[in-house]
Design a protein around this ligand. Structure first.
Ligand SMILES: [Zn+2]
Length: 217
């Protein structure tokens, strides 16, 4: 075996074994059911890779309830079928065309490193040679910055909270450009939601379609 591959650290083996004899054992019939019948989630969640975002815990969700895609800064890229590898677009396509989810939730959060870096990238055009993939990915935020900078005066010294919320609107807008999403939306088979979560206070805000502002729920 190559020496850079190990089975698992012992603490994770122990946690898994504890889960197997408790949670799994107590819900065995549910796990058997979803194994045999396949998944049938009603909602897709697009959240940040950030380890502090725990969507299943926040909504008390069981296995099989949410189809979750995570990426840096919970972004939906523009529709661009150019033959490159598009992980987020592939997850969206699968959720809408195969799983027929009824809801797609874009879940942003406070203190997001991706949003902060994206803000600097757009504002100062700072390009770090070190993070080529991250920087390229965060270019999705450029239209969000354009909208945001028009109203820049009304924001606080740390504008990343508002910028993060603006980026959720851009992601939702990009989502509607995917033909399969557009078709499901036109047939009223799909609804989109924007959420923003404050890690420290546990507050959750939702995008209100009438004002296009985020309101506490
Ligand atoms: Zn984040």
């Amino acid at each position: 075996m190559p020496n850079h591959i190990k089975i698992l650290p012992n603490y994770l083996i122990k946690r898994y074994q504890d889960w197997k004899v408790t949670v799994y054992e107590e819900n065995k019939s549910w796990y058997n059911k979803i194994a045999n019948e396949g998944q049938n989630p009603h909602a897709m969640i697009i959240s940040c890779c950030d380890s502090r975002i725990h969507a299943t815990s926040m909504f008390g969700a069981d296995s099989g309830e949410f189809f979750i895609h995570r990426n840096i800064a919970n972004l939906v890229p523009p529709y661009n079928p150019n033959g490159d590898h598009h992980g987020t677009s592939a997850a969206l396509e699968y959720a809408v065309m195969i799983l027929h989810v009824s809801h797609i939730i874009v879940l942003g959060h406070s203190n997001c490193g991706g949003i902060t870096s994206g803000y600097k990238l757009c504002k100062d055009n700072q390009i770090s040679n070190e993070l080529k993939f991250v920087n390229k990915w965060l270019e999705i935020l450029k239209p969000a910055y354009k909208n945001f900078s028009k109203n820049a005066n009304q924001f606080d010294e740390d504008p990343t909270e508002d910028f993060g919320k603006e980026s959720i609107k851009i992601s939702i807008n990009n989502l509607t450009d995917f033909p399969f999403a557009k078709s499901a939306l036109n047939k009223n088979e799909l609804v989109l939601h924007g959420l923003w979560y404050d890690i420290g206070s546990g507050t959750l805000e939702a995008l209100d379609p009438s004002s296009m502002k985020f309101v506490k729920i």
